[in-house]
Design a protein around this ligand. Structure first.
Ligand code: ADP
Ligand code: MG
Length: 433
């Protein structure tokens, strides 16, 4: 089935892309998703129904305007069409049939909502009530914002609309639509990487320049945000929140357990890749009861990627036939502001001149790149041992997404220290490109 980007749709995309995205913090997501009733879930759907098209529209526009002919690469066009198609599905989703008395209530709630605090509403195109079209929540003055005890108000609204079967139906329909979109976008990272290869090939370039590098940073950061919002909405609709989980967020993420799991996985992959009898040891120093609010999936990803890099450096420096390897150390420190994880190896480090390169996408010292088959590992992008050159730059984006950072310090001739700073205040809003 071939899908086409029509002029009419392009116009709509243009319109939506004139609105800025609204950032949501980890804390807001948790507050919103705790014990949601159908009314709360419905308001979440309303928020995403406007926020996601805005974010997708920005990406379509950017994918259309890349420098040096990059936009024309077949894989980039493919990705552009996925974004446009998802945009279309969201804005064309039939609006819920809401009984008049509830509609009134919801419109009032939309008016009261402030910037993203309660998954804010932007009344872009209220087709049911044309008089509100174009009204913007940002027009609410700060004084007005203060006078509203919003949280209580929303609990009341949510309770009132919860019993409506129409609301219930719509929640199901919207969640289904998000699942389809999420699945469509699974192979985006590999497909964009493919697009960059096509570009390098056609232009005979060895490295990408800084405009393309910053495009990729923005693009992947935005993808992390979109997937977080979608994943969170699907999760709070499909699984009731348990003691420690609100959607995909764990309010008591145990660092030690996750680190141990990442160590086991990375060592297993390493052993398998190099055909070792046993891969280098990893010493773990971490308080057993160190818990904080985070998305375990993100933390696992960052730990796994940095550990694989360290194991690889150690094995390659000493040779796979070495009798023994110096251990990698993973040390976790708990501060008031940050939880910092240091991964230290004695893998010989990186020459100082190559440090800027390790942050560029597709920079790798692996000689033959593994196949970039977009069907490979559909659920999410995970390089086997190494070779895509995405491990470090993507991990740094994950760290920054929730207000943290990832730093790398190398001592050429000895080894590398990677510092993973994770912000534990969790109130920073998403960085929006
Ligand atoms: P990949 O592992 O797929 O090559 P990464 O982004 O994870 O991509 O790393 C990029 C490059 O940085 C690696 O190919 C390697 O040359 C270098 N590198 C990363 N971590 C280390 C480390 N701990 N020690 C030495 N070199 C490293
Ligand atoms: Mg790597």
């Amino acid at each position: 089935m071939s899908w086409k980007l029509t002029d009419r749709l392009a116009e709509k995309i243009n319109h939506y892309s004139s609105f800025p995205a609204t950032g949501v913090s980890l804390r807001q997501m948790v507050q919103f998703g705790q014990r949601p009733n159908p009314g709360t879930l419905f308001r979440g759907a309303q928020f995403l129904g406007e926020e996601l098209p805005i974010r997708l529209a920005h990406r379509v526009k950017e994918l259309n305007n890349l420098p040096d002919g990059l936009s024309e690469m077949p894989s980039i066009q493919k990705v552009r069409n996925w974004y446009a198609q998802s945009f279309e599905e969201l804005i064309e989703l039939p609006r819920p049939k809401i009984p008049p008395q509830l509609r009134e209530l919801l419109i009032k709630a939309q008016r009261r909502d402030t910037n993203g605090e309660h998954y804010g509403q932007k009344l872009l195109e209220n087709t049911e009530n044309p008089s509100l079209a174009g009204e913007d929540y940002r027009e609410i003055t700060p004084q007005k914002k203060k006078s509203i005890n919003s949280r209580r108000y929303f609990v009341l609204v949510d309770d009132d609309i919860s019993w409506s079967p129409e609301i219930h139906e719509y929640n199901k329909l919207f969640t289904k639509c998000l699942s389809v979109i999420k699945k469509r976008h699974d192979p985006v990272v590999t497909t964009v990487a493919q697009g960059i290869s096509e570009y390098k090939h056609s232009r005979q370039r060895m490295q990408i320049d800084s405009t393309i590098q910053s495009f990729l940073d923005r693009f992947y950061m935005s993808r992390i945000g979109i997937r977080m919002l979608i994943g969170q909405h699907i999760a709070i609709n499909e699984q009731p929140s348990t003691d420690n989980y609100v959607g995909v967020i764990c309010t008591k993420t145990n660092v030690r357990e996750l680190a141990q799991e990442a160590i086991d996985n990375a060592r297993f992959i390493c052993q398998d890749y190099y055909g070792l009898y046993t891969s280098p040891q990893v010493q773990l120093v971490c308080k057993p009861d160190l818990n904080f609010m985070y998305v375990p999936g993100h933390l696992s990803h960052m730990l796994f990627e940095t550990l694989k890099n360290s194991l690889r450096a150690v094995v390659e420096l000493h040779g796979p036939d070495a009798d023994n390897f110096p251990p990698v150390k993973l040390i976790v420190a708990e501060g008031n502001e940050d939880i910092t994880i240091k991964i230290s190896d004695e893998g010989g480090g990186i020459p100082r001149s190559a440090i800027p390169l390790v942050w560029t996408y597709m920079y790798t010292t692996v000689e033959t790149m593994p196949s970039l088959d977009p069907d490979f590992n559909k659920s999410d992008f995970k390089a086997p041992m190494a070779g895509f050159g995405y491990g470090l730059p993507l991990s740094r984006l994950y760290a920054r997404y929730f207000g943290g950072d990832l730093k790398l310090i190398s001592m050429e001739g000895y080894g590398t220290d990677v510092y993973l700073h994770l912000n534990r205040l969790s109130s920073t809003s998403e960085p929006l490109p």
